[in-house]
Write a protein that binds this ligand. Structure first.
Ligand SMILES: C[C@H](CCC[C@H](C)C(=O)SCCNC(=O)CCNC(=O)[C@H](O)C(C)(C)COP(=O)(O)OP(=O)(O)OC[C@H]1O[C@@H](n2cnc3c(N)ncnc32)[C@H](O)[C@@H]1OP(=O)(O)O)[C@H]1CC[C@H]2[C@@H]3[C@H](O)C[C@@H]4C[C@H](O)CC[C@]4(C)[C@H]3C[C@H](O)[C@]12C
Length: 382
């Protein structure tokens, strides 16, 4: 796999950093998540392929253990508020001094500088600060966040993984590590570069929800079918729009012009009425195999059995029966091989990892009995 041999220490976080770690693990990195001790269960639902070591980092001996793990690693990924790592004696200066090849990735909401750097926040706040949230929502409604996809995952976890891969690539030339300041505000804004750069085209001149791609245009929207399901329509270009009209059994001559914005409400009413006349399955039969850019809105349960997704193996079932998307993109020679086994228990690998990283058995037992480290091996659960 592309990242085989790369060792990552991920400090346990909420959503974006776990996603970043999972991407690295999917593509072959060895990811060790460092959890807190005395925690009943993990909130990391993106622990695929990771190992878990539980350490008390409030104790200097726990800090010393982490330092020793970082000396032998390529990447450390930290998801805390600015200043937390420094307070624990684990700031970039401390760790890079001991391992100058270390890539020190800091994934935060607001970045390491600026007046908000130390403020708490979540995806919706970062999205708001990026400018993007102001553009998201239906006409005459308040802005709404599309789950926590944009800032946490696209602008946060994914962008940070990209930064780590860039830093690894650069290190192969320079031999040096570096610090990555991954701000979710900036990551989200960057993902939204198209919105920024296309403002001059007049694509976003109208109020929220009344533009081409924000559900303003009737040919770029979803429609309810007679069985309560939905179809997604993305027929922008005239040649595809024609096929949409044809599939709906309408005649262009009877309709206002596609780009006549003032007629969009009337056109939407017509599309709404027609889509409501057939079931989703019937519409699939009408539009499959055409270039009308019309697809069913599939539920999570439906994606696995869709013939297209099945043909590509786009989703897979793990050993627990859970469906997940296959890691993307697909590399021809060194594709990702996502782990199919269950996620680790907190501290499941404490003993084995510490041993592998050079700790003596007696030292490990001391750390465990002093509560600095915690081990929760699978055997103990049988
Ligand atoms: C699904 C929910 C998650 C939603 C995601 C949400 C929408 C997001 O946007 S996530 C993005 C959040 N932002 C960031 O990550 C930006 C950077 N980070 C921060 O800004 C902050 O970390 C913070 C604001 C996120 C949190 O601030 P906090 O004050 O708590 O922490 P920090 O200042 O960073 O300091 C960390 C302290 O921790 C100490 N530490 C760290 N490691 C260790 C260690 N190993 N040992 C000892 N100490 C350690 C460190 O020293 C710091 O200490 P100090 O403060 O003293 O300095 C999920 C959200 C909630 C979940 C539910 C919940 O957990 C309850 C249930 C739990 C159960 O197990 C599962 C079900 C739950 C219902 C659970 C379900 C879901 O997972 C959630 C709903």
């Amino acid at each position: 796999m592309a990242l085989a041999g790369v060792r990552v220490i991920e400090l346990a976080g909420l959503a974006p950093a776990p996603f970043c770690g999972m991407i690295l693990a999917d593509f072959g990195a060895r990811v060790i998540r460092v959890d807190r001790t005395k925690v009943p269960m993990t909130v990391d639902t993106q622990a695929r392929g990771k190992q878990s070591v539980a350490l008390n980092l409030k104790n200097p001996r726990g800090v010393a253990v982490l330092k020793r793990l970082c000396v032998q690693s390529d990447v450390v990924l930290e998801p805390y508020r600015k200043g937390v790592m420094e307070k624990m004696g684990l700031g970039p200066e401390d760790l890079l001094k001991e391992n100058p090849r270390l890539i020190y990735a800091r994934l935060t909401g607001y970045g390491q500088s600026g007046s908000y750097a130390k403020a708490a926040g979540h995806d919706i706040n970062y999205l708001a600060m990026s400018g993007l949230l102001s553009m998201l929502g239906r006409s005459s409604e308040k802005p709404y966040a599309p789950l926590n996809l944009v800032a946490d995952f696209a602008g946060g976890g994914l962008m940070c993984a990209f930064g780590i891969v860039l830093a690894l690539l650069e290190r192969s030339r320079s031999g040096q590590g570096q610090i990555i300041d991954a701000s979710m505000v900036e990551g989200a804004a960057y993902v939204g570069s198209f919105m920024w750069k296309s403002r001059s085209l007049g694509l976003w001149n109208r109020p929220r929800g009344e533009n081409l791609l924000d559900s303003g245009a009737p040919f770029y929207d979803t429609y309810r079918t007679s069985d309560g399901k939905y179809m997604a329509v993305g027929a922008i270009e005239p040649q595809f729009y024609q096929q949409l009209i044809q599939g709906l059994g309408l005649y262009e001559a009877d309709l206002p012009a596609q780009m006549s914005v003032s007629d969009w409400p009337q056109l939407r009413q017509t599309f709404t009425r027609v889509f409501a006349s057939k079931t989703q399955e019937e519409w699939i039969r009408v539009f499959d195999g055409t270039d009308a850019c019309v697809t069913p809105v599939l539920s999570f349960d439906e994606v696995l059995s869709h013939p297209h997704n099945q043909a590509r193996g786009s989703f897979f079932k793990d050993s627990q029966g859970e469906i997940s998307p296959r890691p993307a993109p697909v590399l021809s020679r060194s594709p990702a091989e996502p782990c199919h086994s269950r996620d680790p228990f907190i501290g499941e690998h404490t003993r084995s990892v510490l041993k592998e990283y050079g700790f003596e058995q007696a030292q490990i037992e001391q750390l465990l009995s002093a509560g600095i480290a915690e081990c929760n091996e699978a055997k103990a659960r049988l």
